[in-house]
Design a protein around this ligand. Sequence first.
Ligand code: UGA
Length: 434
Amino acid sequence: MKLTIIGTGYVGLVTGTCFAEMGNNVYCVDNNLEKIANLKNNILPIYEPNLASLVKSNQEKGDLIFTGDLKEALDSSNVIFIAVGTPEKEDGSVNLDYVYNVALEIAEVISHDSLIVIKSTVPVGTAFKVKELIESNLDKDIKIDIASNPEFLKEGVAIDDCMHPDRVIIGAQNDEVFDTLKELYSSFIVNSDRFVLMDVKSAEMSKYVANALLATKISFMNEIANICEKVGANVKNVRLGIGSDKRIGYDFIYAGCGYGGSCFPKDVKGLINTAADNGYEPKILANVDEVNENQKLVLVNKIVDRFGEDLSGLTFAIWGLSFKPQTDDVRCAPSLVIASEIIERGGKIQAYDPKATDNFQQNFDSENIVYENSKYDVLNDADALVLITEWKEFRALDLDELAKRLNQKIIFDGRNIYSPKIRKAGFELYQIGC
Ligand code: UGA
């Protein structure tokens, strides 16, 4: 098929590349021409495992074309995906400016009947507004179909998620659209049970509900972790104790120092706003967000309990700055809050992350943090190690190296990855909910 994907952010770039890998002819369009020039040279705006090699090979075989020229792309496509960003506004509502601007641009240059597919995460009703906006700005007799096809990629494993989706949701208004999108996705899906066909609004809603429910599981478990600490129970054991019940499951009930990323925080707030706009005040969702914000402070509170409110004269080694492993993304990362709280109390930081240091530096302005290129260099003369993101390279601890480099044998483990056995080697270990 001949496709256009508008927006070369996480979703657009990964989806476009995967469609090209399956032999479709894909135009990836962005109005950021510097980004397009870089992509043409295989310089990617994000780190995502395996993405760079797929971008390169598909450009070489001519199936993946990066361009700033929307008309050129639309002239050669029948299916157009909108995958531009939908950032959070200051009041927590969703900023749809990019989506609506793209709709206007499409109306200006489109030359034949087309199917417009909304992949961006958008509040219920947006797809219909996009269709209306295009139709009311068209000066030609062109038929526009609209579909909602939300994405469920996880950063760090996005290629695999895209190539092997556990479901593909298609929200549409007629069978022709369902058939076109089913045909497109059939190269990823062998089992047709994985297609979930529905109305457009329910498809839009499903995306928010999936993220909000996953965020709810995490905040729920973080709250349980805090109760576990009070009563002397261990949240890791509790997770094992409840996860075997299929209705609960083991996933997304790991306690930690809070969820981050561009999706959960934004989508929980977005759903709260959609509800409010429609006259409903959600109680659970508001608490999911609040519990998460507080959870980002739990590790800081443990540091303060151990060292006192005044952290001046102390240096903390931070392992992990990205919001989760396998990504360079620091949006809404707990590390931003934890680092700023330490520095506000007079502490100094030496930080290391395998991929996210540059992004963190751009979002965090302080003279009291230095960045190193190795996990061991940050330990030198630090008073404690603070593990924030559970990258694989942090899992196996070389206790001798730690003891040699740290001033004090103290570890704050924000992801519960270390064994309490290290206490036998004289380390103080502080974890979440254990
Ligand atoms: C999330 C969803 O998982 C994807 O399905 C969805 O497509 C995506 O948002 C999106 O809307 O684009 P992502 O933000 O990449 O994906 O990250 P997750 O792997 O879901 O992790 C989110 C956060 O939850 C991380 O900060 C992680 O550390 C935290 N987490 C996750 C926990 O604290 N505990 C857990 O048990 C699981």
